[in-house]
Design a protein around this ligand. Structure first.
Ligand code: ARG
Length: 254
C-alpha cells in the first residue's frame, strides 16, 4: 500500500517536471522567434571569403554578414550550396541574400540587385612551376580549369573557347586537376588562389592579372527594402572601419 502511494507521488512529481520542462522549452522557442533570422546563401569553398573550419563557417563574408545581421537586429543563418545555385536561391526566396565573393556583372544585374561593393577581386591564373604559360596570352589552346559559373569560367569560355575550359564544382577540385596534369592552368580569384597555392607545392600565380572586379551582395530585385537596409549597414561598417578590420584579419598586407 505504502509503496503504491509512493509510486503515485513519484509519478506526480515526474509529471510536474515534465510540464515545467515543456514550459521552459516553449519559452526558449519564443525567445528564438523574437530575433528574426536572415539567411545568407554562399558556397563555403572559397577561402578567405567563406570556408569551413570543422562545422563552423568562417571568413571575410561570414564576418561582414554577421556584422550586417547584427545591425539589422537579426540572427544570421548560413546556407551552403553550389556557387551557381546562389542567384536562383535568392530569387526563389530560399535565402534572403547571396554573399560569396560574388562579382557584379552586367548579366547577373539582369537577375538580381547588388549592394554597394565591399571588396575588390582579381581573376588570376595559376600554373605549375616551370609552365610555358607565362601570361594570360599564352593560354590560347591550353586546357583551363575553373569553378563552374564563376566569372573565371565565363571569361575563360569567352576568351579561349568553351572546348578548352573544364568546369569543376569547387576551386579546390580545379587545383587537383592542375596538379594531376588534367588542365594546364586554373583561372580563379586572387585570394583563394593564394590560399590554394600556399597549401599545394609546385604551383605559382602569374604576375599578370586577368581581370579586376567588384564583390557585392546579391538581393532579389523585388526586395529593395532589404537592399537599402544592407547598403545602410555596409556604409556604417565601412565608416567605422569594421570592414577594413575584417578584411585585414584574413588578408595580410604583403
Ligand atoms: N568572383 C567570382 C564570381 O563571382 C567567383 C566567386 C566564387 N565564390 C565562391 N564562394 N565559390 O563569379
Amino acid at each position: 500500500m505504502k509503496f503504491t502511494k509512493l509510486l503515485a507521488l513519484l509519478l506526480v512529481v515526474v509529471m510536474c517536471f515534465g510540464m515545467f520542462a515543456a514550459c521552459g522549452s516553449k519559452d526558449e522557442d519564443q525567445n528564438k522567434d523574437d530575433t528574426k533570422v536572415i539567411k545568407m546563401g554562399t558556397n563555403a569553398a572559397f577561402p578567405p571569403y567563406e570556408y569551413k573550419e570543422g562545422e563552423k563557417f568562417v571568413g571575410i563574408d561570414v564576418e561582414i554578414a554577421n556584422a550586417i545581421a547584427e545591425k539589422l537586429g537579426m540572427k544570421l543563418e548560413i546556407v551552403d550550396m553550389e556557387f551557381d545555385s546562389i542567384i536562383t536561391a535568392v530569387n526563389q526566396g530560399e535565402v534572403d541574400f547571396g554573399m560569396a565573393g560574388m562579382t557584379v556583372t552586367d548579366k547577373r544585374l539582369l537577375e538580381v540587385n547588388f549592394t554597394s561593393s565591399y571588396a575588390t577581386g582579381v581573376q588570376v591564373v595559376i600554373v605549375k612551376e616551370g609552365s610555358d604559360v607565362k601570361t594570360p596570352d599564352d593560354l590560347t589552346g591550353k586546357k583551363i580549369g575553373v569553378q563552374l559559373g564563376t566569372t573565371g569560367d565565363i571569361y575563360a569560355c569567352d576568351d579561349y573557347g568553351k572546348e578548352n575550359v573544364t568546369q569543376y564544382g569547387k576551386g579546390a577540385d580545379a587545383i587537383i586537376a592542375l596538379k594531376g596534369g588534367d588542365v594546364d592552368a586554373v583561372i580563379i580569384d586572387n585570394e583563394p588562389a593564394k590560399a590554394f597555392v600556399a597549401e599545394n607545392q609546385g604551383l605559382v600565380i602569374l604576375d599578370t592579372e586577368y581581370a579586376v572586379e567588384d564583390y557585392a551582395i546579391a538581393v532579389k530585385k523585388s526586395n529593395t527594402e532589404l537592399l537599402d537596409k544592407i547598403n545602410d549597414a555596409l556604409e556604417d561598417l565601412t565608416t567605422d572601419g569594421t570592414i577594413d578590420r575584417i578584411i585585414a584579419k584574413f588578408i595580410k598586407a604583403e
